[in-house]
Design a protein. Structure first.
Lengths: 328, 560, 311
C-alpha cells in the first residue's frame, strides 16, 4: 500500500516536472517562438488563438512569470491547448484526437505482442542455457539494440512493400478509395497498411524483452528455491514456468517502464518512414510547420501517456508481488 | 516447452494469415486500376496534398477554402489564361469595354445563368459581390478596392466599374479572380468574414455533395448554363495528409489529376503506365535577392559577376532534378512568356554562364583573389556573404549548394543560413539579410505582375521596416514610371515596349538574379480521361488548385 | 534503438578489486572475450576512418561533381546520388561528425552520470533523495520527443545544439547504474580502512571508489556513446538537423526526401543506416562484453566437450 502511494506520488511529481519543463522551455530558448507566429499571421488569428498563444508561450510579458504559470497550469488541466497554427482554425485537441487512434493501435498492439513473444522467448532461452537459442540470442540482439528503428522499417518497406508489392507503401489507408468508418473494407485496409510498420516496431522492440527476461531468468534460476525444486524432482517445464518465470517476470515489468520511452521514439521514427498518420507523424509535421501549440500539446500527451503506463505497471507490480505488499 | 512453441506458432500463423489475407484482399486495389470508388471511369479523383483534413468550409473569399470552392462551384466574369498571354474566354460576362480614358470598365452579364439552387443569376448579383468586398475588406483577397472607386448596375445586364486612376492590369483580378456569389444568400449572412458556407451555392459546373473531413464529392450542377457540361458527373477530392500518400495513390492509378511534387518522377510515376504524363509549366522566377543596401552588393559589377558565375543549367539539373528550367537575367519566364522576351537585349548580355567574364568584372571592380581563394578588394573587404534560405524547401537547399560551389569558383564565398519559414520571412521583409533565395508567388497573364513586385519602388521600405514586395530595397523612379504607364494602357504594342524597357533595367541594373523558374506541378492520366491541358495545348493553368483555371480543365475533360 | 543490453542493475553485480589491477584485468578480459574482440575491431576501423578520411575516400563529399545516379563502380564504390555526390565519400567523411558526437557526448554524459551517481551514493540523505528524484524523473520522460521539442525551439538542431541537448537529457540511466554500484562499494573493507585512516571524503571518492568502478564507467561511456549516435542520427533523419552538414543522418535525410527507396536508389537510404548499425554494434558488443566481465553469471556457458573416453 505504501509502495503504491509512493509510486503515485512519483507519478504526480514527474507529471508536474514535465508540465513545468514544457512551460519553461519556450521561455528559456532565444527568441520567443510565438512572437514569430503572431507576426506571420498578422492579425488573422482569432482573439481566442492569440490568448492561448499568450498563455502557452508567454508572449505578453505584462504578467509575472508566476501568474503566467498559474494560467498555464489551469489551461492545461482543463485540456485546452489552444488553436493549432498549421491546421488553423482547428483546435489542438481536435487534431490530436484524430491522430491518436492510429498510434494507440499500432503501438498498443505491437507492445503487447512484443511483451508476450519476447518474454516467452526469453524464458526459453534462459532455461536452455548453452542451447542453440541461447547462444544465438545475445549476439543477435546486441546487434538489434544498435540498429536504428528506421533502418528496420526501411528494409521491410523496401522488400515487402516496394519490391514484392505484398503490402502498401505507406500511410494508414487508401485515401482515395476508402470511406473511413466501421466497415469491413476499411478495417481490412487498415490492417493491411499497419502490417509493415507494426512488424518493424515489433522486431526492434522485442529484443529488449527477450534479453531482459533472459537475464532476470538467469538470476532467478540461480536461486535456492529453484535448486530445491530441481532436487525435489519436479518436471522441468513446471519449474521453468511456475517457479522461475513467475518471479522473473516482475522485475521485467519495471523494465517495461524504461522501454516505453524507447517504444515511443521508435513509433515516431517508424511513423516517419511509413508516413503513418499517428501522433508521432503529427509531431514532426508540427515542428516543420512551426506549430508550437500543437507541438506542446503532443509532447505533453506523449509524456503523460508514458507516465500513466509506468504508473499502471508499477501498481500492477505492487499488486502482484507480495514482497512489496508486505514491505515495512 | 512444446506448449510454448505451439503458442508461438499459432501467434505467428495468425499474424501471417491476417497480413496475407488483408494483403491479397487489397492487392487488386493497389496496383493498376483503382478499386472502390474510382473503378467507374467517369469519376475523376484529384491528388493534391493538402496536409490536413477538410474543414468543409467553402467560402470563396477565405484563402484556405478558395481552392475547393472557386472553379468547382463559383465562376468569375471572364476566364483569363495566364499561359496564353491573357487569352480570354467569356464566362459570366459576355462582353466588356474599357472607356477611352481607361477609368471605367463595363461588363455585359450573360443571360440565362442559374445558380445551383435554381435561382437566376443577374447583374445585381455581380454588383452585390463587388460591393460586399468593399464593405468587408477582409474578403478582398486581391485588394481590388485599392483601385476601384465604384461598381454599379448601369443597365438590365450591364455593370460598370470605375477607377481612380487607370489600372488596366487589374482586369485579371477583377474579371478572372473574383468569384460571383448569390445576393439572395450572402445578403442574409450577418458576418460574411466568418461565414463558413458549408453548402456553397454558385453558378459553376459542380455542387458539393457531400463533404466529409476525408473527402469532398462534387456532383454535376444540373442548372449549369453550358449545355451538356460538365461531361464528368462526379469528382472526388480526397484529403491527403502526406505528400507520399498522394504520390502513391497517383502512381497506383487511384487518382488521375495530380498537383504533386514527385521526386524522380520518371521512375516513380511515368514509368508505371504509358497513360501517365506530366507537365511542369514555368510561372515565376526563383532568384538570388541581394540586399542592395549592403556596401559591396550595391556595386552593380558584383551583382553582374554573380549572375555570370552561375551555371543555371547545372542548378536546374542537380538542385531541381531538371524540373525547373534555367531562368535568364531579363526576368522573363520562358517559354511561358516567350512573346515578351526581348531577344536582342538578351543576346547582347551574352552567354549566361561565363565565369571568365565574372572574374574579369570583379577585377575591374577592384577585387583580386586572396590567398584563401576569396576575392578581396584593396580595402581588405572580402566578397563573403550569408545567404538566407528556407530550410524546409529541400530543393532550394540543394540548389543553393550548387550555387555555392559555382560562386566559390570565381572567388565569391556564400554561406547558407537555412531558416524556418517564419524566421526567413521576418529577415526578408525587414531587410535583415545580405543575400536571399526566394520566389514571388505572383503569377498573372504577363511578366508585368512579377516584375512589378521586384521593381516598383513604392513597394519597398528601408531596412528595419517591412517591405511589401520589393525586398531587395530597389529604388529607382524610372522603372516606377514605366510601371505606372503600363497600367494606363490597353494597347498591346505599348505594353510590349514597356516590358522591353523593364527587361533592359533587369539587364543593366541587376536588381535581382533569376536562377531557375518555378513551375506548377501537374500529372495527368490519359487512360480514363481526355482533354487535359498539355504543353502543346495550354488552354489553362493545369493544377487542381489553380482557380478559376481548374474550371476550364473540368469543362474540357471527357471520360474516354 | 533498443534498450541497452546490460542487465537490470543488480546490486551485487560489481566484483571489486584493488584499483591498480582493474585496467589490467580489463585488458585481459577484452582479449579473451570474442565479443569484445570483434567490438574493438569495429571501433578501431571507424576511429581510423574518422581520423584519416582522405586516405580512403578521394572525393569531396559535398561536391556535386559527378553524373547523378551512377551505379557501383571502381571510381564510385557506392555510386553517386541524385545530386552527383559520391556516396562512399559522404559516408566516410560523415564518420568524422558521428564519431565526434559519439565521443564528446559519451564523455560528457558519463562525467555527469559519475558525478551524480557517486555523489548521490556518498552524500546520502537529502542529496541522495533530490538527485535521485531528478534522475528518476529524467529517466521516465520520453527523451526523443523532448529532444525534438528542444531542437524545434532552438530553430534547428545544429551539431552543437544536438551535443548539448543530448548530454543534458540522457545521463540518467547510467547515473542510476553507477549509484547502485557506488552504494554496494560503500561498505567494502578497503574503503572502511581509508575512512579509519582519516582520509577526506572527496579523496576517498576520487582515489579509491571511482577507479574501482572503472569497468562500469567504461560500460557507461559505451552506452552513452551508442545513444548519442542513435539519437543524433534520428534527429537528422527526420530533418531537424542542419541539412548542409556531412553526417550519416543527413545523408539519410536527403535520401528520404528524394524518395530514394521508391525510385530505385535504395543504396542511398540503406547504406548510412547500415553504417549506424555497424558502429552501434561495435559499441554494443563492447558494452555487452564489459557486462559479462562484470557479472560472471551472464558469461556464455561453454558446453563441456564430450570426452572420447567412456566411463
Amino acid at each position: 500500500m505504501r509502495y503504491a502511494l509512493r509510486r503515485t506520488g512519483f507519478f504526480l511529481l514527474t507529471l508536474w516536472a514535465a508540465l513545468t519543463l514544457n512551460f519553461l522551455l519556450p521561455r528559456l530558448m532565444p527568441g520567443n517562438p510565438a512572437l514569430a507566429m503572431l507576426s506571420k499571421f498578422h492579425g488573422e488569428l482569432s482573439p481566442k488563438a492569440i490568448n492561448a498563444l499568450d498563455i502557452l508561450f508567454g508572449v505578453n510579458t505584462r504578467q509575472s512569470l508566476l501568474s503566467q504559470y498559474g494560467s498555464y497550469l489551469h489551461q492545461v488541466v482543463t485540456g485546452n491547448f489552444g488553436t493549432s497554427l498549421a491546421y488553423y482554425p482547428a483546435s489542438v485537441s481536435s487534431e490530436i484526437g484524430g491522430a491518436i487512434w492510429w498510434t494507440l493501435g499500432l503501438v498498443g498492439i505491437t507492445t503487447i505482442l512484443a511483451f508476450i513473444l519476447g518474454t516467452g522467448l526469453g524464458i526459453v532461452s534462459a532455461w536452455r542455457r548453452g542451447g542453440r537459442l541461447d547462444s544465438l540470442m545475445p549476439p543477435v540482439f546486441v546487434i538489434a539494440s544498435a540498429v536504428p528503428y528506421f533502418l528496420v522499417g526501411m528494409v521491410l518497406l523496401l522488400i515487402f512493400g516496394i519490391t514484392l508489392h505484398w503490402f502498401p507503401q505507406g500511410f494508414g489507408f487508401y485515401v482515395s478509395t476508402d470511406k473511413p468508418g466501421l466497415n469491413l473494407t476499411f478495417f481490412q485496409d487498415v490492417v493491411n497498411h499497419a502490417f509493415l510498420p507494426g512488424m518493424s516496431l515489433l522486431i526492434t522492440t522485442i529484443g529488449t524483452w527477450i534479453l531482459t527476461m533472459r537475464n532476470t531468468m538467469i538470476t532467478t534460476l540461480a536461486e535456492d528455491y529453484v535448486r530445491m525444486a530441481r532436487a525435489k524432482g519436479l518436471p522441468g517445464r513446471r519449474i521453468m514456468l511456475d517457479y522461475a518465470a513467475r518471479n522473473a517476470v516482475l522485475p521485467n515489468l519495471t523494465g517495461f517502464a524504461m522501454s516505453l520511452g524507447f517504444v515511443v521514439s521508435g513509433a515516431i521514427l517508424i511513423e516517419d518512414v511509413f508516413n503513418y498518420p499517428g501522433i508521432g507523424h503529427m509531431l514532426l509535421y508540427a515542428v516543420q510547420g512551426e506549430d508550437y501549440p500543437l507541438m506542446q500539446g503532443l509532447f505533453l500527451l506523449i509524456t503523460v501517456a508514458v507516465l500513466v503506463a509506468i504508473l499502471i505497471a508499477d501498481l500492477l507490480t505492487a499488486f502482484l508481488d507480495p514482497r512489496t505488499r508486505a514491505a515495512r | 516447452m512444446r506448449r510454448l512453441t505451439t503458442i508461438g506458432v499459432f501467434i505467428g500463423a495468425g499474424l501471417l494469415a491476417a497480413g496475407c489475407s488483408a494483403g491479397s484482399g487489397s492487392g487488386s486495389q493497389g496496383s493498376g486500376s483503382g478499386g472502390g470508388k474510382s473503378t467507374s471511369s467517369s469519376v475523376l479523383t484529384i491528388s493534391n496534398e493538402n496536409g490536413a483534413t477538410w474543414t468543409c468550409a467553402f467560402s470563396p473569399f477565405n484563402g484556405s477554402d478558395t481552392l475547393v470552392s472557386v472553379g468547382f462551384v463559383y465562376e468569375p466574369l471572364v476566364y483569363v489564361n495566364p499561359l496564353q498571354n491573357g487569352a480570354t474566354t467569356p464566362m459570366l460576362a459576355t462582353a466588356w469595354n474599357w472607356a477611352p480614358d481607361d477609368k471605367s470598365l463595363t461588363f455585359t452579364i450573360r443571360d440565362g445563368v442559374k445558380f445551383n439552387d435554381g435561382t437566376p443569376m443577374t447583374a445585381a448579383d455581380v454588383v452585390f459581390t463587388f460591393n460586399m468586398l468593399k464593405k468587408y475588406s477582409a474578403l478582398d483577397l486581391n485588394g481590388i478596392w485599392s483601385v476601384l472607386t465604384g461598381v454599379s448596375q448601369t443597365g438590365s445586364n450591364q455593370v460598370t466599374m470605375t477607377f481612380g486612376a487607370p489600372a488596366v492590369p487589374y482586369f485579371y483580378y477583377l474579371a478572372d479572380q473574383t468569384p460571383i456569389v448569390p445576393e439572395h444568400i450572402w445578403s442574409k449572412v450577418s458576418n460574411p468574414v466568418n461565414f463558413t458556407n458549408p453548402n456553397p451555392v454558385g453558378t459553376g459546373p459542380y455542387a458539393v455533395n457531400p463533404c466529409t473531413k476525408d473527402n469532398i464529392t462534387y456532383t454535376a450542377n444540373k442548372y449549369y448554363w453550358q449545355q451538356g457540361e460538365p461531361h464528368i458527373k462526379k469528382v472526388e477530392y480526397p484529403a491527403f495528409l502526406t505528400n507520399d500518400a498522394a504520390n502513391q495513390e497517383l502512381a497506383n492509378g487511384q487518382a488521375q489529376w495530380g498537383a504533386q511534387y514527385i521526386p524522380s518522377i520518371q521512375s516513380y510515376y511515368s514509368a508505371k503506365s504509358p497513360d501517365y504524363h506530366y507537365w511542369f509549366p514555368p510561372t515565376v522566377n526563383v532568384s538570388i535577392v541581394p540586399n542592395l543596401t549592403d556596401p559591396q552588393l550595391s556595386n552593380v559589377k558584383v551583382r553582374e559577376a554573380m549572375s555570370y558565375a552561375i551555371d543555371r543549367g547545372q542548378v536546374s539539373n542537380i538542385g531541381e532534378t531538371g524540373y525547373e528550367p534555367a531562368a535568364n537575367q531579363t526576368g522573363i519566364v520562358t517559354p511561358t512568356f516567350n512573346s515578351w522576351l526581348d531577344n536582342s537585349a538578351l543576346a547582347s548580355w551574352g552567354n549566361a554562364y561565363d565565369p571568365a567574364k565574372a572574374t574579369t568584372m570583379l577585377q575591374s571592380a577592384g577585387y583580386h583573389k586572396g590567398p584563401d581563394g576569396i576575392m578581396v578588394n584593396s580595402a581588405g573587404k572580402k566578397l563573403s556573404f550569408t545567404v538566407i534560405n528556407i530550410g524546409g524547401y529541400s530543393d532550394w537547399v540543394a540548389s543553393m549548394q550548387v550555387i555555392q560551389q559555382e560562386l566559390k569558383a570565381v572567388g565569391i564565398q556564400v554561406t547558407p543560413s537555412n531558416l524556418t519559414n517564419t524566421a526567413f520571412d521576418q529577415a526578408l521583409y525587414y531587410g535583415h539579410y545580405q543575400l536571399a533565395y526566394y520566389d514571388q508567388q505572383t503569377f498573372g497573364p504577363g511578366p508585368y505582375y512579377e516584375l512589378t513586385n521586384w521593381l516598383y519602388s513604392p513597394n519597398t521600405a528601408p531596412v528595419g521596416k517591412q517591405a511589401a514586395t520589393n525586398y531587395e530595397r530597389y529604388s529607382n523612379s524610372h522603372p516606377a514610371g514605366l510601371i505606372r504607364s503600363y497600367a494606363a494602357t490597353t494597347d498591346s504594342a505599348q505594353q510590349h515596349s514597356i516590358v522591353s524597357q523593364l527587361e533592359q533595367v533587369m539587364l543593366s541594373q541587376v536588381p535581382i538574379i533569376p536562377v531557375v523558374e518555378g513551375v506548377d506541378w501537374y500529372q495527368y492520366d490519359t487512360g480514363s480521361f481526355t482533354g487535359w491541358p498539355t504543353s502543346s495545348d495550354p488552354y489553362a493553368q493545369p493544377p487542381a488548385w489553380a482557380y478559376p483555371d481548374n474550371e476550364q480543365v473540368l469543362l474540357h475533360l471527357q471520360p474516354k | 534503438m533498443g534498450m541497452p543490453v546490460t542487465s537490470v542493475p543488480a546490486e551485487a553485480a560489481a566484483t571489486p578489486a584493488p584499483a591498480d589491477h582493474a585496467l589490467a584485468r580489463i585488458g585481459r578480459a577484452v582479449r579473451s572475450n570474442r565479443k569484445a574482440a570483434i567490438g574493438t575491431a569495429i571501433m578501431a576501423v571507424f576511429v581510423l576512418i574518422s581520423l584519416f578520411p582522405g586516405v580512403i575516400a578521394h572525393d569531396d563529399p559535398e561536391l556535386d561533381a559527378y553524373k547523378p545516379r551512377l551505379g557501383l563502380s571502381a571510381a564510385h564504390l557506392l555510386g553517386t546520388n541524385q545530386y552527383g555526390q559520391d556516396l562512399f565519400s559522404q559516408l566516410v567523411y560523415g564518420t568524422r561528425t558521428v564519431m565526434l558526437i559519439a565521443i564528446v557526448v559519451g564523455l560528457a554524459t558519463t562525467a555527469i552520470a559519475v558525478i551524480v551517481g557517486v555523489a548521490a551514493a556518498y552524500l546520502g540523505g537529502l542529496w541522495d533523495s533530490s538527485l535521485g528524484v531528478i534522475t528518476d524523473v529524467l529517466l521516465v520522460i520520453p527523451l526523443f520527443p523532448l529532444l525534438i521539442v528542444i531542437s524545434a525551439y532552438a530553430h534547428g538542431a545544429t551539431t552543437v545544439v544536438m551535443i548539448i541537448s543530448i548530454t543534458a537529457t540522457s545521463w540518467s540511466y547510467t547515473a542510476r547504474q553507477l549509484r547502485s554500484q557506488a552504494l554496494t562499494l560503500r561498505s567494502r573493507d578497503f574503503l572502511e580502512a581509508a575512512r579509519v585512516r582519516g582520509e577526506r571524503r572527496l579523496y576517498i571518492i576520487v582515489v579509491e571508489v571511482i577507479p574501482t568502478m572503472t569497468s562500469l564507467i567504461v560500460a557507461s561511456f559505451l552506452t552513452n556513446a551508442l545513444y548519442a549516435v542513435l539519437f543524433s542520427s534520428s534527429l537528422q533523419f527526420i530533418g531537424i538537423g542542419d541539412p548542409n552538414a556531412v553526417s550519416w543522418g543527413t545523408t539519410l535525410y536527403w535520401a528520404q526526401n528524394n524518395a530514394a527507396l521508391e525510385t530505385g536508389q535504395a543504396l542511398w537510404a540503406i547504406a548510412p543506416g547500415v553504417c549506424i548499425a555497424l558502429l552501434g554494434t561495435g559499441f554494443a558488443l563492447l558494452n555487452y562484453a564489459f557486462d559479462e566481465i562484470g557479472n560472471p553469471a551472464l558469461r556464455p556457458v561453454r558446453r563441456p566437450r564430450r570426452s572420447a573416453r567412456r566411463a
